[in-house]
Design a binder for this molecule. Structure first.
Ligand code: HEM
Length: 543
């Protein structure tokens, strides 16, 4: 009897120790993060998450906290969890250069599996490296060059539709929801890169697929309630093999995700079958992304090859990651040009001048590269409006992070130069805040000013972050955006076509444009007490 009670007491003590240990780890009472400054949280349940993704405009909290507390801050997540909130270049660089030591945080990973399956976006470690190896050739310079005619053709198709709208209005400038058109244009452009017509532009209105994508972005993540935020945290504990069952649950979010899965998987299956049949028939494979992917995969040792499910997930990942991000960036770009008419005119002059030199031939890639203001306008928009404003990670092992800008004037008077990181530590990397650090971008970092990219590099602090001009917008390190060159090229082509022929002015004054979080940062219109996702601009035709 005594033995039994001793065993029970032993079990209770062990269980309590485990619970206490987990609690302490979670709240970081005893380690380095407790020294860091940060804003007070008004809710234990959801911490600062609403400020980041639900209240005000996206980036507002990031800018205010960074200005007040510095580039390494402690904030609160769900159930009082401490989160390291970073905009510090050295610390960010370290984390992103070790992608498998700092994988995606579990709640993001679970959601990403629900949306994209098991493709490049959700693969980890060696499997992720294999996904990149198989995909890299589809994003080579040669491959990208072959997509240019399709980018051009689809831009012209969208412009033809805008001309029709203007004609119906007797040529008088008209308000057009540019975001909806750019979402359709970028969806068709990425479809063309898969040699598939999503028919987003040719349909009279938004078609089933464009609606599905809009729903994936807006319905699943715009202004999530506290209950949804807590659910996302709890779903992490559900084993992965239950995810297909979760997608069958009732409710708007699950219904949208299931609808998206079915719609895109059907297309992906058709494309894989088409390429397999070409190979079986001895025909030369296509040059589109899926054909290259299937060919590269077939060349691998059969033991390591990607499964058909992984190939399908690959298409889901690329189409999702590749169209709305570019569409939203282009929307913000045209919005900024509408707000800065002088720069819009100067950009048009640059484009028209090179077009006159080349006519009747199309512009070459070298021509596009030579347009310095065009490059600067794209880079400045990527800096100012990063469509993925927050990158979320978790530490897989203990580590130490060195800082570029140690927070000074702490209570004990000692600046913190390094932060000890414990295994399991959640980290939010604020792309929005880093991209506007005055210490990196200058005192006018909070202004949209493309000329900063035309000044001497010496005027800006070089952080070595990212794939392009110190920007964090395409992330950095081994999990950077594989499609960044695709996005830049597509935007260059679209911009050349559109700015030459159309002029943009700000939306009517009763409409207020806000930057909101809906998986990506999208424009939201406030019209009285109504809110809708879109970006209406006043458009006039020039030629
Ligand atoms: C302006 C447009 C774009 C922006 C701002 C952007 C941004 C990003 C960012 C920040 C990441 C890292 C996410 C993370 O690790 O949590 C990422 C990853 C990715 N992007 Fe992009 N992206 C853009 C366009 C594209 C395009 C056009 C494609 C494909 C055609 C693409 C495909 C991908 C893929 C497949 C990944 C996952 C890479 C990996 O995990 O190895 N993106 N993107």
């Amino acid at each position: 009897m005594q033995n039994i009670s001793q065993t029970i007491i032993g079990l209770i003590i062990t269980a309590s120790a485990i619970i206490l240990h987990r609690f302490l780890r979670r709240t970081n009472i005893f380690h380095g993060l407790r020294e860091l400054p940060g804003p007070p949280a008004s809710s234990w349940l959801v911490g600062h998450i609403p400020q980041l993704i639900r209240l005000g405009q996206i980036g507002d909290a990031d800018f205010a906290w960074t200005k007040k507390f510095g580039t390494a801050i402690r904030i609160k997540g769900i159930f009082g969890r401490d989160i390291l909130f970073l905009s510090d270049p050295k610390a960010i660089q370290h984390i992103l250069n070790l992608p498998y030591n700092y994988p995606k945080s579990p709640e993001l990973q679970t959601f990403a599996i629900m949306v994209t399956g098991r493709g490049i976006f959700t693969a980890d470690g060696e499997r992720h490296a294999l996904h990149r190896k198989v995909l890299d050739p589809a994003f080579s310079q040669t491959s990208l060059r072959s997509f240019v005619p399709a980018f051009r053709e689809h831009s012209r198709m969208a412009m033809g539709k805008w001309r029709d709208i203007l004609l119906q209005n007797d040529g008088v400038p008209v308000t057009i929801d540019i975001r909806s058109w750019l979402a359709r244009l970028t969806l068709d452009s990425i479809g063309a890169a898969f040699d598939y017509d999503f028919e987003a532009l040719s349909s009279d209105n938004e078609n089933e697929l464009t609606n599905v994508y809009r729903a994936v972005y807006v319905d699943t993540s715009f202004k999530p309630s506290d209950a949804v935020l807590v659910m996302q945290e709890l779903v992490v504990h559900v084993p992965e093999f239950w995810i297909p069952a979760l997608l069958r649950l009732p409710g708007k979010i699950m219904k949208t995700l299931k609808h998206h899965e079915t719609a895109v998987d059907n297309v992906a299956r058709q494309l894989i079958t088409r390429q397999m049949q070409s190979i079986a028939g001895g025909k030369e494979g296509g040059k589109d992304i899926m054909s290259i992917l299937v060919d590269e995969n077939n060349a691998l040792d059969p033991a390591t090859q990607l499964s058909p499910y992984e190939l399908i997930s690959q298409m889901r990942s690329i189409v999702l990651a590749g169209h709305e991000t570019t569409g939203a960036t282009m929307s913000w770009l045209l919005y900024e040009l509408a707000l800065h008419p002088q720069i819009q005119t100067e950009l048009r002059k640059e484009i028209v001048a090179i077009r006159r030199q080349r006519a009747p031939k199309e512009l070459t890639l070298t021509d596009l590269e030579s347009l310095t203001l065009l490059q600067a306008v794209i880079k400045e928009t990527l800096r100012y409006h990063p469509t993925l404003a927050l990158i979320s990670r978790v530490a897989r092992c203990d580590d130490v992070l060195a800082l570029s800008f140690p927070p000074s004037a702490l209570d004990n008077g000692k600046p913190i130069r390094e932060i000890p990181i414990s295994k399991g530590q959640r980290i939010f990397i604020s792309v929005a805040a880093y991209n506007r650090l005055p210490s990196v971008w200058g005192e006018d970092a909070q202004e949209w000013n493309p000329y900063r990219f035309l000044q001497s590099k010496a005027l800006r602090e070089t952080t070595g972050i990212g794939v392009l001009s110190n920007l964090l917008t395409f992330s950095s390190g081994g999990r950077n955006c594989i499609g960044w060159r695709f996005a830049i090229l597509e935007m260059q082509v679209m911009l050349c076509e559109i700015i030459e022929h159309f002029q943009f002015a700000p939306p009517p004054s009763n409409l207020k444009i806000k930057r909101v979080s809906a998986n990506v940062m999208i424009p939201m219109v406030e019209e009285g007490d109504k809110e809708w996702s879109g970006l209406p601009l006043i458009v006039s035709a020039l030629t």
